[in-house]
Design a protein around this ligand. Sequence first.
Ligand code: B12
Ligand code: SF4
Ligand code: SF4
Length: 393
Amino acid sequence: MRRFRSAMTDRLQPCDLAALKARVIAAARERGAADVRVAPALPDAGARERMRAAFARGDFATWGYGDAYAESASDPRAVLAGARTVVCIAMPYATPAPARRAPLRGRASNYAWSEDYHRRMRALLHELATLIDDVVGESATAIACDTKPIAERAFAARAGLGWIGKHTNLIAPGAGSFVFLGEIVTVLDLPVDAALRKSCGTCSRCVDACPTGALRGDYTIDAGRCIADLTQRTDPIPRELRPYLGEWVWGCDLCQLVCPPTRNAGARAQAAFAPLDERTASPPLTELLALRSGEFKRRYARTAMGWRGAAVLRRNAAIALGNALDRSAVGALARALCEDPHAMVRGAAAWALGRIGSPAALAALRARRNDEGDASVLGEIDAELERVAPAPR
Ligand code: B12
Ligand code: SF4
Ligand code: SF4
């Protein structure tokens, strides 16, 4: 928290504020934003109660959110003291998926296959905030994108930037849900916009498309079942959920790919959100399984899938290989089972070998059983051997 109103901010007349808002909108649009709208910075009791209910149900158990987070995320004054309005920006990021030519390729989500969007969004927000501060003659803003405690979707919906769909993402009319959100919280009384009167109606395609049953259909999500959450966990992914990950190695787009307003909007984002290259968007799985720090830094550290480190990506590659059920991956998985320095990756490799279940895969599991020193990996090996070839009783 760092700002409050002053004589400088109070001297601005309504016409100055309307002109300033128009300049911000024009500048954001020039830089690729789909839309910019303004919400009052009043605490949002509805969002606070929805969040409280979600946390009490345990929907965000992996995030450690609680009442204190619900309180601050629903009140923009937690980001900027004396906040009066929130400028909400939607930046489209859908770009065409590269053709996947080879077998045994994984799949990364559209939001993560380019240079990290946080950098680009923050640069834009910073530029727009500076424009505002320069007109005011002093600091009158704070920016947020993803990491600050602010319920970005709730304020974007309140500003009329779009509506929150049953997949729980904000859908911007004309741009769909493949939009990043960013905010400039200000102490200025910029003219505010009205919320839209829109909802999903009877559509429930996203709910039907979700492989894990994370979406309930009542505009809530059990985040712990969402593949986007599972692929960024730094502890082992629950065994019963692993088959649902399919070929995803980072994030998941299934609920949005079937969403009619998102489909109709198409892929029209700036080139900055295009895949770094085909291998980043669709990583060869055996290569990803062997990923070490040099290649990780070169390819993934600058994307939004880099923040959890290389071992998480190797773990995800092992699970995707287990789901591919392709015997040609047994050699690579057996190597990972013996040589990977992380127990979590070795455990996932054991699971994948058990899924493939070929004689060579089972032989690799039995051989490693004698040398493995980590109890969690031994547990994975035993669970697979027991499942695929139960010991006679
Ligand atoms: C934690 C988090 C996650 C978690 C949980 C997601 C979730 N649905 O809450 C996980 C890891 C699963 C995740 C996944 C993704 N995320 Co995320 N995530 C966040 C983060 C950091 C916090 C969200 C949070 O606090 N959730 C707690 C819930 C209870 O609160 P909430 O999201 O604010 O939304 C509720 C309220 O707004 C309330 N509400 C308020 N008013 C109203 C009014 C009505 C009528 C209704 C129905 C509801 C409602 O209902 C909402 C849903 O419960 C935000 C950034 C931020 N600070 O907001 C990004 C953010 C939500 N994520 C984003 C993205 C891009 C994704 C993914 C698409 C990435 C991917 N492809 O893998 C997926 C989408 C999965 C999905 N179906 O939601 C974008 C969403 C953009 C958009 N168009 O909405 C955000 C805003 C980041 C950004 N700055 O762009 N994410
Ligand atoms: S991102 Fe995937 S797993 Fe998560 S809710 Fe959407 S379809 Fe389900
Ligand atoms: S798929 Fe249908 S129900 Fe789901 S968010 Fe899109 S419009 Fe709403």
